[in-house]
Structures are given as C-alpha cells and as structure tokens.
Design a protein around this ligand. Structure first.
Ligand code: ADP
Length: 271
C-alpha cells in the first residue's frame, strides 16, 4: 500500500478506492466522498469511468472537482490516466459512465454542434506544441482566432496582447522553427489564451523543455491563473510540481489516490 504522505486521503489497495479519514485540508477536494460542489465549481467529475475501445479502462469511478480560479496539477507516471482526464473535459472523449460537468454543462451529453462552443471556452496546451510550421507565430494565433469566429477587428489586437503577455511581443513575425522550444511553448500558451478562456488545460507542457525553461513556463501558467483563469496541468515533472507547491491530484491506475491542497509530486507504488 502506498504511503499516505501528508494527505489524510488513504488509498485502499483491496478495492482501489481512496478513503478520506481526517479533516479536509483547505481546498483539497475530490475523493470518493465527493467533497462539496458549490456554485464556484467549474469542473466536476461525478463517478467518471472511461474505457477505450481496446478495453483498457483509463479512469475508474473518478470523483473530483475544481473551483473557479484554482491552479492544480494532475500527476502520475505515464499511463495512469492524466491525458484521458483532460480529454474528458474538452470532450475529445465522453465518459463510459458518470458525468463530467464543465461550467454547468454536462459535456458528455452536449450535442455535437455545441462542442466548438465548449472548446472556445477551454484553452489547451500540449507537449508537442502543434504550431503550424508554415505560419509565423502571430499568424498561428490569428488562424486559431479566426477558426473560433472572433471578429476580425479584434483579432490583431488580441494577438499582439497575448504575445506580449507571454513575453514574445518581439518575436511575433518569427516562424516556429526560428524559436527555441521554450519560446514555442510560450507561443502555444498565447494561442490557448487568445480567446480569454476561463479554463486552461495543459498536457505535459514541459515534457520537451529543460528544467530551467520548464520553471519559466509553469510560472507563466501561474501568472495566467493569478488573472483569474482556472488552470489544470497534467504532468509527471516532479521538479515543476514540487516548486509550485499547489494543489496536486495524484492518479494511479485511473483512480485518484491523493488530493492535496498544497502538495508535492506523489506517485503511488505499484504492488
Ligand atoms: P497518461 O496521460 O497518464 O500517460 P493516458 O490517459 O494517456 O495516461 O492513458 C491511460 C491508459 O489508457 C493507458 O493504459 C493507455 O495505454 C490507454 N490509452 C490512452 N489512449 C488510448 C487510446 N487512444 N486507445 C487505447 N488505449 C489508450
């Protein structure tokens, strides 16, 4: 059985559930007991399970919620279900059972035609950048804003504004290949926040970066969070998690085994 650590959530290997045994640490929510879901909840997982077509169950009866303005990490080694957790929020996949509620909307039941509307409200940053190589940094952002239906008169102003915000104002006419990995990730973050989404998700955003650049990038996420955006970062970057000392939700075999308000990286041992 994994050590309980500073959390009073206890993982029970006999049935794979996490049991909450003590007083709740401030802001630490999301055990099988579900905690309190309030008006400020922006992401709410209710007994969510998800099984891929190959019968791999990536998440098992997950209960968790994030409040408006929270900054949280979802951590664990590769294969524990972190990406799947994020995919359920932006409706890349829908739950096999349970419900995922984002800003009051049951995303699993959202009609296909409404999915673009949901995605306009969620910025997503990936490990592998996904910038269009034949467009400059500002053209990449303009292209994304156009696809989201942002009025033409606003597009240039917003692009310049977000590139300045991420410290890339002076490189807006560069092509991705002319930028360092850290700068490319900054550009991706600018693209993700260009529509002012209330939620920003990141899937291993520091996976291709050196330790120093990783800390710069995660500091940028913190700055965006300070302006009011709810930020959720999936990562197995221990250094980044430990440095930030923020909420840490730990996944093990598709289950939440720990959820701590101001935590350090935690990976449950395999038995
Ligand atoms: P993590 O982000 O923690 O690495 P994932 O959510 O990507 O974990 O994967 C969880 C589990 O689901 C793993 O066992 C993985 O192999 C499996 N999985 C992920 N994506 C797919 C897919 N598209 N098809 C089938 N199995 C998948």
């Amino acid at each position: 059985m994994p050590r309980a650590g500073a959390s009073s959530a206890q993982y029970d290997a006999s049935d794979g559930r996490t049991r909450f045994t003590g007083a709740a640490p401030a802001g630490a929510l999301g055990w099988t007991g579900r905690g309190i879901v309030g008006a400020q909840t922006v992401i709410d997982f209710e007994h969510v399970s998800f099984t891929y077509d190959n019968d791999i169950e990536a998440l098992h009866e997950v209960d968790a919620h994030l409040d408006k303005g929270e900054f949280a990490f979802i951590v664990g080694p590769t294969g524990e279900g972190k990406s799947t957790f994020l995919k359920l929020i932006y409706r890349e996949v829908v739950p096999t059972s349970g419900r995922v509620i984002v800003a009051g909307t049951d995303v699993g039941r959202l009609p296909r035609g409404r999915v673009p509307h949901l995605r306009r409200r969620i910025g997503v940053v990936f490990q592998d950048f996904r910038l269009l190589s034949d467009k400059t940094i500002s053209e990449n952002i303009l292209f994304a804003l156009e696809a989201m239906g942002v009025p033409r008169r606003d597009m240039r102003r917003r692009t310049a504004e977000v590139l300045r915000q991420v410290g890339l104002g002076f490189r807006m006419d560069a092509f991705p290949s002319e930028l360092s990995a850290g700068e490319q990730q900054r550009a991706c973050i600018a693209r993700a926040i260009a529509n002012y989404p209330p939620i920003l998700l990141a899937d291993e955003p520091t996976g291709n970066l050196d330790p120093e650049t990783s800390l710069e990038i995660v500091t940028l996420f913190r700055d965006i969070n300070i302006r009011g955006t709810t930020v959720l970062i999936a990562t197995h970057d221990k250094q980044v998690v430990d440095t930030m000392n923020r909420r840490v939700i730990s996944l093990h075999r598709g289950r939440i085994v720990r959820d701590v308000a101001q935590g350090q990286y935690y990976a449950a041992a395999y038995d």
